[in-house]
Design a protein around this ligand. Structure first.
Ligand code: SF4
Ligand code: SF4
Length: 86
């Protein structure tokens, strides 16, 4: 009844979900970060990396602009900004 799934396991990294972003993107301020890793854990695209304080950043090719990282950051060190801003 159902055909085969289109997506293969572990194929999501090939889909550049950054193209899903509409209007906003996260900006990693790198000022008050405490390296708690919460943004890394919550990101549904697994596109945030960083190890030490104030080094965290995302990969815009895979960030879909959901805003979860900015919401969860306990130091408010991530801001959602308009797509055209730096
Ligand atoms: S907005 Fe943040 S949590 Fe959402 S996909 Fe982009 S980097 Fe990940
Ligand atoms: S959630 Fe905020 S404080 Fe924690 S690692 Fe990410 S940017 Fe740094």
């Amino acid at each position: 009844m159902f055909g085969p799934l289109v997506a293969k396991p572990k194929s999501s990294r090939k889909n550049k979900t950054g193209s899903w972003r509409i209007d906003v993107k996260p900006k990693f301020l790198q000022k008050n970060c405490i390296a708690c890793n919460m943004c890394v854990m919550i990101c549904p695209e697994n596109c945030i990396s960083g190890k030490e304080k104030n080094t965290y950043k995302n990969d815009p090719d895979y960030c879909k602009g959901c805003g979860l990282c900015a919401f969860i950051c306990p130091k408010k060190d991530i801001e959602m900004i308009p797509e055209g801003e730096k």
